[in-house]
Write a protein that binds this ligand. Structure first.
Ligand SMILES: *Cc1c(COP(=O)(O)O)cnc(C)c1O
Length: 356
């Protein structure tokens, strides 16, 4: 277990803020970064050199192990400005815990509370002016860690860099997705790294997604690696649907990323008295439900877009059109409730917000 020996954080403030040059209404996702970043280095078994510094390039030798053998993990979370002009984070401890689960799977050191949580709070506080007080805007936060030994032998790196960067995110109007049930490629196998937020899980998804896009789809519904018989996730988000007024989603296991939005949605729906079923969903069940017109809604849930409707699902050359988005009830209510909680318009009855 890593210990923090030096808990004080070195602060090197940017000479001037780039904020006056930014037009939030024109910023597209992930392109503009705030004035500062946080970083810490794992050296000789402990986290050292904690610092807040101006956002900017980092320098490494080409033999950087992260680039060769893929020890690289990340998190994605958001900070919001509430109607009372407070800055809040949504369930940040869940990201902290998941980050360390990813770290263990990738043979990387776990972060400490001081490194992840305090670094996060200090950085968001320092760059809080970057969160616009406009409806549906937020600050997207990206904590990540990568192997920093300069070495070409295959073994776990001895040193690592942990960083947090932030990017203002505009109002996210996600258009309904056309998705394809994948019956050739695999995202994640039993015993693999599907439950870890590892860079590698994204790398392997790019080609199958690009091929699906060539066929006119936006995203993939991943199925189990063994037989492509059960549905697992929707692109890089969790998959849910409504049938017989029940909310159904596959159970989390080692092939599925344990989404925090997924957990929040399941918790909310249960609190409304909805029938929520976390269970295996076969491709044939889904196809049959679409075929008979019993599938009421389908959607993807994750931090970036929160809740995204699925309008069409393709399977083995056939495309099924789902009920019109305007007729749906569950997903819009979930999206609205989550947005209201995050901006302080609805009561935070589950204690999900952490004030910065
Ligand atoms: C990040 C991620 C999700 C969504 O998780 P949230 O915590 O809700 O953002 C779902 N699936 C995959 C593969 C992911 O990487």
């Amino acid at each position: 277990m890593a210990e923090v020996h030096q808990t004080n954080v070195r602060v090197n403030q940017a000479l001037r803020s780039r904020l006056p040059e930014v037009d939030f209404a024109k910023v597209s996702f992930g392109t503009v970064f705030t004035d500062h970043m946080f970083q810490a280095d794992f050296v000789r078994g402990s986290w050292t050199d904690l610092q807040l510094l101006p956002y900017g390039p980092v320098q490494f030798e080409p033999a950087l192990m992260a680039l060769h053998y893929g020890q690289a993990i990340f998190e994605g979370m958001k900070a919001f400005r509430t109607v009372d002009n407070e800055v809040v984070l949504f369930r940040p401890r869940a990201n902290f815990e998941r980050f360390n689960i990813s770290a263990e799977r990738m043979c990387m050191p776990v972060t400490t509370e001081e490194v992840f949580m305090d670094g996060l709070m200090r950085l968001v506080d320092m760059d809080r002016e970057w969160i616009p007080s406009l409806d549906n805007y937020s600050l997207y936060i990206r904590p990540f860690m990568y192997a920093t030994d300069q070495f070409l032998g295959v073994r776990p790196s001895d040193t690592y860099r942990f960083s947090i960067i932030c990017s203002p995110a505009g109002a996210y109007y996600s258009k309904p997705l056309r998705v394809k049930i994948e019956s050739h490629f695999t995202r994640s196998a039993r015993g693999g790294i599907g439950y870890a937020k590892a860079a590698a899980n994204y790398g392997l998804s790019l080609l199958p997604t690009k091929l699906a896009q060539k066929e006119g789809f936006d995203q993939i519904i991943w199925t189990d690696a063994a037989n492509h018989e059960f549905v697992e996730e929707a692109g890089t988000a969790n998959f849910m649907f409504v049938i017989n007024d029940a909310l159904v989603t596959p159970p989390v296991k080692d092939t599925i990323l344990k989404g925090i939005t997924r957990d929040s949605v399941v918790t909310l729906a249960r609190s409304w008295g909805m029938d929520v079923q976390e269970r295996e969903v076969s491709v044939s069940e889904l196809v049959e439900a679409m075929h008979s017109g019993r599938l009421q809604e389908a959607f993807a849930v994750g931090t970036a877009a929160t809740v995204t409707h699925i309008s069409e699902i393709g399977h083995e050359g056939k495309v099924y059109t789902l009920p019109a988005v305007e007729k749906r009830e569950v997903a819009p209510k979930l999206l609205k409730t989550l947005n209201n909680i995050r901006c302080g318009k609805a009561e935070d009855e589950f204690g999900w917000l952490v004030r910065v």
